[in-house]
Design a protein around this ligand. Sequence first.
Ligand code: CIR
Length: 269
Amino acid sequence: MRALVRGLATSFANAVTMEPLANPISLELAQHQHDAYIQLLKQLLPGGVTELPADDKHPDCCFIEDTAVVAGSTAVITRIGAASRQGEEGPVAEALAALGCTVRRLQPPATLDGGDVLQLPGSTHILVGLSLRTNAEGVAQLAAALPNHSVHAVPVAAGLHLKSLVTALDASTLLLSDTPAGHGLSAELAALPGLAGTQLQHEFVPDPVCANVLLLGDRHVVTQGSDPTTEQLLDRLCAERGLQLHRLPRATEMIKADGALTCCSILLS
Ligand code: CIR
């Protein structure tokens, strides 16, 4: 497994945010947090990390996950739902082609952010959030681009992306935010006909930020600092499953920009 990441723009303090910022973003601290993330990926990924340079015209470019969905050897280049972010995908598409991916592209009027796409490990199921950023056309075009997968649309009732509410810890465990939107999503998923028979266990994480973990293969899980209850829960769930949990310092500046751990990389198997 390898990862594609992108540098932090010097304009990062102007990132798109859902709410006005109570405290400004510190570029220095953000750089430190992004560096720590990339450093950890370099340690954990035998295939290495490819780093794309930042584009200062795109303050959010470090959130590379939103620009492409990679499934097997196919890379689907998205149309990001925030107009100001469109254009981030160009260098990512080139890099994915250079890494050997077959590149497909979503077309207007589709919009879709990679943060809305959760590939269930060890299966062909892909959950896609219908959110502020991803529309039904985006889901339909993604499904058409990945014909060997089962794509399921699910509503995102609150927050930016599907993966702001849920990620997978392993093939049979979902981590969900312990919020009304997380519980609503859990009920939606339990009732989804296409997932019948998958026997997914739902675990609710007190700190919503930590419902987003970065799963690397079937052994490593990356999380970030949180409250003791959340940390103990993740420690226990990983220990029970034989997973190695790696805890980065809390990415405060990424969180201010509505970013989570998965958004700063694209994983290739
Ligand atoms: C945005 O609003 O698009 C960025 N500030 C945050 C994107 C985070 N991306 C992700 O979680 N996949």
